[in-house]
Design a binder for this molecule. Structure first.
Ligand code: 6PG
Length: 247
């Protein structure tokens, strides 16, 4: 009986540094392909600790950042200079080092008093700045996603109804005990990516990966399963530990 199917390509690197490098190579290639084919590229980035080395490596790639527009997959309800800001993380690891033109940086306003309004504004920004449309909705060229120990991706959390939102591209996610409110791309926006690179590092992620790759499962309990619905190319870049192979 088949119990697991990896939707897409699986790259299992020996360790986190090599996985970070692999993710960088794939992201850079997809960006170059988009620029070659359409003259511009769009990139949406997640936060968390896993992608930091990948973003640093990306800053060292020979890429024409004047042709790349940078968006965020999600943001925490904190000011941009907070240690918890996903914008701040990307700025420190990539934007500053690569000299990405400010006009190409489209951050989610996590510090907004009205997060629903901030979500609507970001929805409008995506529709305006992402020229490539599929099914009438913006299609990001390269989306970098992560997976939490609890099976979340982006800021779509187990038990939170946001994973079922289909009538907008961006949603505000209510705070819970121990977690600040968030802004996140919604399922239709994630599914519409042309390329998704999912970087998953560390032993603590193994069970979540198994639950995402399981043939049967409940997206409410394991929101990372939305990644299975991505219509573009999916690359899972993991280290041996996340794959349950020790390490
Ligand atoms: C965030 C994220 C989130 C992240 C996962 C994995 O803002 O927290 O965008 O979805 O990708 O939580 O995070 P780690 O890499 O820190 O485990």
């Amino acid at each position: 009986m088949i119990t697991k199917v990896v939707p897409g390509v699986l790259i299992a690197a020996p360790d986190a540094p090599q996985a970070s490098r692999e993710a960088c190579v794939r992201i850079a290639k997809a960006l170059r392909d988009a620029i070659r084919d359409r003259g511009v590229a769009t990139l949406a980035l997640s936060g968390g600790s896993s992608p930091v080395e990948t973003y640093r490596a990306l800053a060292a790639e020979a890429l024409d950042w004047s042709k790349i527009h940078v968006f965020w997959v999600d943001e925490r309800a904190v000011p941009p200079d907070s240690d918890r800001s996903n914008y701040g993380l990307v700025k420190r690891a990539l934007l500053d080092a690569a000299n990405v033109p400010e006009a190409n940086v489209h951050r989610m306003v996590g510090e907004a008093e009205d997060l629903d309004a901030a979500a609507r504004d970001y929805d409008a920004a995506l529709r305006e700045h992402v020229q490539e449309k599929v099914g009438g909705l913006p299609s990001i060229d390269v989306m970098v996603l992560g997976v939490g120990d609890d099976g979340h991706t982006a800021s779509l959390f187990p038990g939170d109804p946001t994973v079922h939102v289909t009538d907008k591209l961006v949603a505000a996610v209510a705070a819970t005990v121990g977690r600040e409110a968030r802004l996140t791309l919604t399922t239709p926006m994630i599914e519409n990516a042309r390329t998704a690179v999912i970087l998953v590092l560390g032993r603590s992620k193994h069970a979540a990966l198994e639950n995402i790759w399981a043939v049967h499962g409940d997206v409410s309990r394991v929101p990372g399963r939305v990644i299975r619905g991505v219509r573009g190319a999916i690359s899972w870049v993991i280290d041996r530990a996340a794959g349950g192979m020790g390490g």
